[in-house]
Design a protein around this ligand. Structure first.
Ligand SMILES: [Zn+2]
Length: 458
């Protein structure tokens, strides 16, 4: 057994469970069993957990009490997943405005962790969570990792915008952390042509079983490794935190010689992950109810693209019930070949803020630009499109050599698709900065689709 796996599993985890009261192994054991139940049995778990969450939210969370009362509902009206649409959808702005009233009065706020996400575009978002709830979330994540063939304690490299982990400073502490957790952090900001040889040497010396990080970071690493003719092989790559595009999956898989397992989550939830059969996702359904709705908030039929609305079945300190996370996805009613009874999501299309609308009402998604730039793959290293105003698209391009005619050809192709009612500017740049959190966003719409009131339904 690998020493770090031994330390984590046999020493670290039991101590953490004893000292902090995290029943992580029990949660994981339960999830490993329930994933093989039939869809009906899993639905029954959801109904049971939802009824209990709704009771709790009504009686102990001022925000939900008021919300139910306003809509003339009592907890008795919401007993199952089928009853859920009776409740209104809660948005990020509403939660932000009511943060303190979202916390259950059964919990001592001082005992809860206050978690903030920087948000790739907007203002930060804060939520409260207890240690036991964090353990639940970890169990969901560990089940996804098992699908990728990873065990708790397996060594992995985390390519991240926050590379310092628990210990901000000091080689010695970072060395201990690596030995103790089996995780080595690599900064997404270090993935440059000048640094890549050294980064790859560090990773090789650590001998990880897997790489983990944002799709864009792992794509950057794969591209640098491929371009430089270096070699780096692992058993699995786990991507998270961003939409994974097919071109990214292709290069990452061929470069590292393994499959990519993409995971999808947010706001303290591990929502869905890939099991390795096809490129679809399983919902972590014992923990989360995932609904897909149209812009009027009505549930979409299977295989119709719509907005993701989530209910966290484990989060009692600050309940999220019918929360619109502002992502777009397609759910399915079919079963996966792997035999798990967990519901299937065909595609996580992306964030609502990655969708723009032109003045004539044309809906623009990031996939248009990834498709366009596939045609320039030998000439363009990197790009980013920003819809500054409804009628202004600025495309930054890092070209391989001299920008030459490529700028003009990109301009023509983009203009032809976007329409004559918008201005397209193509700017050659030497490098495209990452967000503060180390993410890379290919398309940002500063006006967004919500503002244009466009329906995602039909
Ligand atoms: Zn499956």
């Amino acid at each position: 057994m690998d020493i770090s796996r031994f330390i984590v599993k046999r020493i670290g985890l039991p101590i953490a469970e004893k000292v902090r009261g995290w029943p992580l192994s029990r949660y994981l054991g339960e999830l490993e069993q329930s994933q093989w139940l039939s869809p009906e049995e899993i639905r029954a778990i959801q109904d049971r957990k939802l009824a209990s969450l709704v009771d709790h939210a009504y009686w102990t969370v001022p925000f939900y009490r008021e919300l139910f009362d306003e809509h003339g509902l009592t907890p008795q009206d919401v007993r199952s997943v089928d009853d859920l649409p009776k409740l209104p959808i809660v948005t990020k702005d509403v939660i932000r405005a009511n943060l303190e009233r979202m916390v259950s009065d059964r919990f001592d706020r001082g005992q809860l962790a206050r978690l903030s996400s920087s948000g790739s575009t907007g203002e930060p978002f804060t939520l409260y969570m207890s240690d036991a709830e964090k353990a639940r979330k970890w169990a969901g994540l560990l089940r996804f990792w098992k699908w990728a063939g990873l065990e708790l304690g397996d060594r992995y490299v985390n390519v991240t915008g926050f590379p310092h982990g628990a210990f901000k400073k000091g080689f010695f502490w970072r060395f201990l952390e690596r030995r103790f957790s089996g995780m080595m952090a690599v900064s997404a900001f270090d993935l440059t042509e000048g640094n890549v040889d050294q980064v790859v040497r560090r990773i090789q010396a650590f001998r990880p079983k897997a790489l983990r990080g944002y799709a864009s970071s792992l794509y950057s690493l794969a591209k640098l490794v491929t371009d430089k003719g270096l070699k780096l092989e692992v058993s699995a790559v786990c991507t998270t935190g961003e939409t994974l595009f097919p071109f990214q999956r292709e290069l990452i898989e061929s470069c590292f010689g393994c499959r990519v397992y993409d995971g999808y989550g947010g706001e303290g939830m591990e929502v869905a992950g890939q099991c390795g059969f096809g490129n679809t996702y399983h919902v972590n359904a014992e923990d989360v109810i995932l609904e897909v709705v149209d812009s009027d908030g009505n549930r979409c039929p299977p295989n119709r693209e719509g907005q993701v609305v989530l209910t966290d079945l484990n989060h009692y300190s600050m309940p999220f019930i019918r929360y619109n996370i502002q992502d777009v996805a397609i759910a399915s009613d079919r079963l996966c070949e792997c035999g798990r009874g967990l519901p299937v999501v065909e595609q996580v299309t992306g964030r609502l803020t990655d969708i723009g609308v032109t003045p004539s009402g044309k809906v623009i998604v990031v996939h248009f630009f990834t498709g366009l730039f596939e045609g320039f793959s030998g000439e363009v290293k990197d790009f980013q499109v920003v819809q500054e105003k409804p009628d202004l698209f600025v495309i930054s391009v890092v070209s391989v050599g001299n920008p030459g005619s490529v700028v003009q050809r990109i301009h023509q192709a983009a203009q032809a698709h976007l329409g004559q009612d918008v201005t397209v500017e193509v700017r050659p740049v030497s490098h495209i900065p990452l967000t503060k959190g180390g993410k890379r966003r290919l398309f940002i719409s500063k006006c967004g689709m919500k503002a244009a009131g466009i329906s995602l339904g039909d």
